[in-house]
Design a protein around this ligand. Sequence first.
Ligand SMILES: Cc1ncc(COP(=O)(O)O)c(C=O)c1O
Length: 443
Amino acid sequence: MDKLKITGYGDDLTINGIRIGDLTPKDHEDIEINKGGQNYKPLENVVVSHVKNSSVLVCRKPSKDNIKEYIEEELVDGLCCYSAVNQGQLNEEIVDAVVHHLKNEKLPTVPRSIRHKYMAAFLMAATEITQMDKVVPKVAGVESWELTFKLCRRWGYKIKKIPTGKAIVVGATGNFHGRSISAVSMSDDPDARKDFGPFLPGIELVKYNNINALEELFEKKGELIAAYSVEPIQGEAGVIVPDEDYWPRVSALCKKHNILLAMDEVQTGFGRTGENFAHQLFGVKPDIMGCGKAAGGGILPVSFVAGRKDVINTLTPGSEGSTFGGYPLASVVGTYAIKVLVDSNLSKNAKVRGAQLMSHYEEIMSDFPDKIRDVRGKGLLTAFEMFDSSRLDGHKVSVELLKRGVYAKETHKTTVRIAPALTIDAHNIDNIAENIRDVIKSL
Ligand SMILES: Cc1ncc(COP(=O)(O)O)c(C=O)c1O
């Protein structure tokens, strides 16, 4: 092998003589197919290049005249990296904090086996914003769920005194908690599970938003159940918002049976639904919860578990850990992600702009009652669902939106989720809605 040579930045980033800025969308696709694993099916004929502003991306599409050339176009970001960029792309305050700490404060990279001074800042900010006793940092969203799961089991054995090896963690149908083996063990999505078994034992599913089913299960097996682990609003399932009284009744049932209410706020947290955390919409408080995505301000993967003292205190040295969980840069970014959430009042903007988007959806639904079946959401976690017909395919809608300069992606065959940055302005909300109307009309 010749010596590998890597030089340059941005478009000039060059690998063995191949300059990234010279690659067409087709070249990118070929490299991804030939050299990458096919875990995603990206939208075709488009490559994101850079950021124009907090809600707008600049992308490259094939030139109409010559496939070997590309043109640049703007894309309103209606997906926001699956709600990881609530604070807006390249949030200036967070970027400044990163650059300042790396350049001026000589930020070290050390693991948690030695104390660093930024951990204290992150723990104070994270416990305050979550109103929880304790916080444990992790990296990816799925890891926060994974640790929540482990803590539920541990609490079940140590505190609830469930016989060893018998603990049950209850999940909800249609759940999505990530891609680890325990997360797919809880999943009921055949695509996520196929050929990955055998799966983790000690998991039972109950129908989401069905209080009677939960009550029946708790009555039958409550002594062995450590936790109900669940999303307050199901994101990947298509933005499923439970009945108003569901969470208060779940919370009461959990208390009655001494079962932890463990919420996955990875997608719904950090202002997305119009409150800092979605459970606040329903007037309940989980005993433990996982956060991720926007916890890293759209800059770094940062996640954490926040919870009650008696649950988190079941951790002992050696029983958990993560090299990059809470390392200095993650602690700075996590602290600033929280600072921006609070100082910019992101949850309030999510509520206001979410209401604006929802009223557009309702008009579109009333104008096309044969095409749109349901519109739903809280804050800026929104979706519209179409009737199931070959004409109204969600993927087709995403492609048509892309042609009109809006980036969105179907969550299911008939459902398209729109979840832009919480910094988005009224003009861009109108722009997204007009394009949705245009696409629906054309189908
Ligand atoms: C509710 C929920 N939990 C967990 C995850 C997994 O997060 P990550 O992809 O960062 O591991 C996701 C991702 O979409 C999610 O929506």
